[in-house]
Design a protein around this ligand. Structure first.
Ligand code: C2E
Ligand code: SIN
Ligand code: SIN
Ligand code: FE
Ligand code: FE
Length: 518
C-alpha cells in the first residue's frame, strides 16, 4: 500500500512539475484527512501532519468541488497553517478528490514553492486523472489487504473450531483461543475468566502476556471489577485509557502493575448463559476499527461455545457414570438375592465372578470384555427366578418333568436380559453357560467354539464351585475329586484349553495361600 502511494506522489510531481505532492486519506471515524504518503514534503511538516487533519476535510473537501486550488497557502484564514506554509515557503496548493464508486477515499495534493503559480485547466484535469488512477490503485490494494486479513481471521476461527472439536480439554482450547487473539488482534495480553454459577464468582482460567503471577489468586464477584461488570451487564466493556478511567479498586491496581493502557472485557455467553469473560489488554493505546471488534466478539463467541460444550460433556459423562454405578449396584443386589433363594453359601456369586474374571484374564481377554463378563457372571443364574421353589430347592434328584423346567433357566435369562441394551453384551454367560463342548448341553446344543468363550470359561468355574459346595441334593466334593472331574470332562463338557489354564490358576492360588501361611 505504501509503495502504491509513493508511486502516485512521484508521478504527480513529475507530471505537473511541482516540488511537493502528497496523498491524504480519508479517515471515516475522525472525519478528517490523514497524511498517508508525501514526496518532497519537509520532514518536520510531514511529522506535524501525522495527526488527523480535520480542518482540511471540513474547509476543502466538504465544499464540494472535485478539484480545489488555493492560490496562496500563506494567506489561508487558519493562522497556524498559514505560518507553517510561510515557514516552509509553500505557495500554491491544488488538491483533487480521489473517489471510487461514490466513496470518498482521499485527496491527491500538489504544492508549489518559491512563488504563486497558476495551474491551467489541462494541468488540473491531469491532476484529476492521476487522482482517479490513484483511487483505483488504493481500492485494489485495500481489497487485497482486506482479503488477506479476512483469510487470516477465517483461518483463526477454523483453528479454534478444530480445537473445540478435537479436544474436550478446555485448557487446550483456551490456549489456542488466546494465541489467536494475541496474534491476530495484535494485543499484548489476553485472559479468560470462568464463571462459577454456584458461587457467582469469576476466576482466571487461562492467560497470555501477563508479567505478574498475581491474577491466579483473583476472584471477582458478578458485577465486581471491569470483568465482573461485563458479565453482569452482558456487554463489552472498553477502557481506552486505564489511567484516565474511574478507578476500579478491584482490578485497576493489577492492570496498572502490568502497565496496560487499553482494556476490553467481552462477556462469554452461550445459550443465554454467562460462561465467563474474555479480557484483552494492550500496553499502548490502540485505535481498532469495526472489523477488529467484530473479530474479537466472534472469538469470544467461540470460546463460550467451547466452554459450554465441555460443561455439557462433563455432565453427560457424570450422569452416564452415575447410571452405570446404579446399574452395577442393582446387578450385585440381584445376584445376592439369587444366592439367597438358591440357598447358596454366602458369597457364591462373588466367588464364581472373581474366579471367572481371573481365568478370563489368564486367557488374554481385554478389560472391556471383562466388564461384560463380570456382569454376566453375576447374573448367570438370573433365569432361575423363573424356576419354582419346589424344583429349585428339591433335596433329591429331579424327575424328567422337573428337569425339563430346570433346563429352561438359560432361556429365561435371555428373555429377561436381552431387552436391556446395557446388559446385552453380558448375555453370553447367562444364556450359554450350560452348553457343552461336545454339543450335548442346553438350550441350543452349541458345539466347540460356537459357544462364546465367556460361557466356556464360566462353565468350568460354575461346575467347580457347584461341586465344591453343599447342594440341597448332595454334599460338597473334596477338592481332588473336583479337579479330577474337571480333567475328565475336558473335551467332553469343557473346552480343554480352558480347563488346562483353570487348573494352573487353581494351582497358583494354592501356592499363594501357602506363601501367606494359610
Ligand atoms: P448347580 O447346582 O449350581 O450346578 C451347576 C452345574 O454343576 C450343573 O449343571 C452340573 O453341570 C454341575 N453339577 C452340580 N452338581 C453336580 C453333581 O452332583 N454331579 C455332577 N456330575 N455335576 C454336578 P446342570 O446339571 O445343568 O444343573 C443345573 C442346575 O439344576 C443346578 O445348578 C441345580 O440348581 C439344578 N440341579 C441339577 N441337578 C439337580 C438335582 O439332582 N436335584 C436338584 N434339586 N436340583 C438339581
Ligand atoms: C446360583 O448359582 O444359583 C447363584 C448365582 C451364582 O451361582 O453365582
Ligand atoms: C446354573 O448355573 O444354572 C447351575 C450352576 C449354578 O447355579 O451356579
Ligand atoms: Fe445355571
Ligand atoms: Fe451357579
Amino acid at each position: 500500500m505504501d509503495r502504491v502511494l509513493n508511486v502516485v506522489c512521484e508521478e504527480a510531481r513529475a507530471a505537473l512539475l511541482v516540488p511537493v505532492a502528497a496523498v491524504l486519506l480519508y479517515d471515516e471515524r475522525h472525519n478528517a484527512l490523514n497524511l498517508a504518503a508525501g514526496s518532497g514534503l519537509p520532514p518536520e511538516l510531514a511529522e506535524r501532519m501525522k495527526s488527523p487533519q480535520r480542518y482540511l476535510y471540513e474547509d476543502y473537501v466538504l465544499k464540494g468541488d472535485p478539484v480545489v486550488v488555493i492560490s496562496d497557502l500563506r494567506a489561508v484564514p487558519d493562522r497556524r497553517v498559514a505560518d507553517l506554509c510561510l515557514h516552509y515557503n509553500l505557495c500554491t496548493g491544488a488538491g483533487a478528490k480521489m473517489q471510487r464508486e461514490g466513496q470518498f477515499i482521499g485527496v491527491l495534493a500538489i504544492v508549489t514553492t518559491g512563488g504563486v503559480r497558476h495551474f491551467t485547466a489541462e494541468e488540473l484535469a491531469l491532476l484529476q486523472g492521476l487522482a482517479d488512477q490513484a483511487a483505483q490503485a488504493i481500492t485494489n490494494a485495500r481489497l487485497f489487504e482486506e482479503t488477506r486479513r479476512r483469510l487470516k481471521f477465517v483461518q483463526s476461527l477454523r483453528n479454534i473450531d478444530l480445537a473445540i472439536a478435537g479436544s474436550f480439554d478446555l485448557r487446550v482450547t483456551f490456549s489456542i483461543v488466546l494465541d489467536e487473539i494475541t496474534a491476530q488482534l495484535g494485543m499484548d495480553a489476553a485472559a479468560i475468566l470462568l464463571f462459577n454459577p454456584h458461587t457467582l464468582m469469576l476466576k482466571y482460567a487461562a492467560w497470555r502476556g501477563f508479567r505478574t503471577g498475581t491474577i491466579e489468586r483473583v476472584r471477582l464477584r458478578l458485577g465486581e471489577g471491569y470483568a465482573g461488570r461485563a458479565a453482569l451487564e452482558r456487554r463489552t466493556i472498553h477502557i481506552p485509557c486505564l489511567a484516565e478511567s474511574e478507578r476500579d479498586t478491584v482490578q485497576a491496581p493489577l492492570l496498572a502493575d502490568e502497565g496496560f493502557v487499553t482494556y476490553y472485557a467481552v462477556p462469554l455467553i452461550a445459550k443465554g448463559q454467562i460462561q465467563g469473560v474474555l479480557e484483552v489488554c494492550h500496553r499502548s493505546p490502540i485505535d481498532p476499527d469495526g472489523e477488529w471488534l467484530e473479530f474479537l466478539e466472534t472469538l469470544a463467541g467461540q470460546a463460550a461455545i467451547a466452554i459450554d460444550n465441555v460443561a455439557l460433556l462433563d455432565k453427560l459423562q457424570r450422569s452416564h457414570l452415575e447410571l452405570v454405578l446404579a446399574y452395577d449396584a442393582t446387578i450385585e443386589g440381584w445376584a445376592h438375592a439369587l444366592d439367597l433363594r438358591d440357598k447358596e453359601t454366602e458369597g457364591h456369586s462373588r466367588r464364581v465372578t472373581e474366579m471367572t474374571l481371573r481365568l478370563a484374564r489368564a486367557l488374554g481377554m481385554n478389560e472391556e470384555e471383562l466388564v461384560h463378563i463380570r456382569r454376566g457372571a453375576l447374573l448367570h443364574d438370573i433365569g432361575k427366578m423363573g424356576i419354582p421353589d419346589s424344583i429349585l430347592l428339591k433335596p433329591g434328584p429331579l424327575t424328567p418333568a422337573e428337569w425339563e423346567v430346570m433346563r429352561r433357566h438359560p432361556q429365561y435369562a435371555y428373555e429377561m436380559l436381552s431387552p436391556i441394551a446395557y446388559l446385552r453384551p453380558a448375555l453370553d454367560i447367562p444364556y450359554c453357560h450350560h452348553e457343552k463342548w461336545d454339543g450335548t448341553g442346553y438350550p441350543r446344543e452349541l458345539k466347540g467354539e460356537q459357544i462364546p468363550l465367556a460361557a466356556r470359561i464360566f462353565a468350568v468355574v460354575d461346575v467347580w464351585d457347584a461341586l465344591s459346595s453343599d447342594r440341597p441334593y448332595r454334599p460338597a466334593w473334596p477338592p481332588e475329586k473336583v479337579r479330577a472331574y474337571l480333567k475328565d470332562e475336558a473335551g467332553k463338557h469343557f473346552d480343554p484349553r480352558v480347563v488346562e489354564v483353570f487348573l494352573k490358576v487353581l494351582q497358583e492360588e494354592v501356592l499363594e495361600e501357602e506363601a501367606h501361611g494359610n
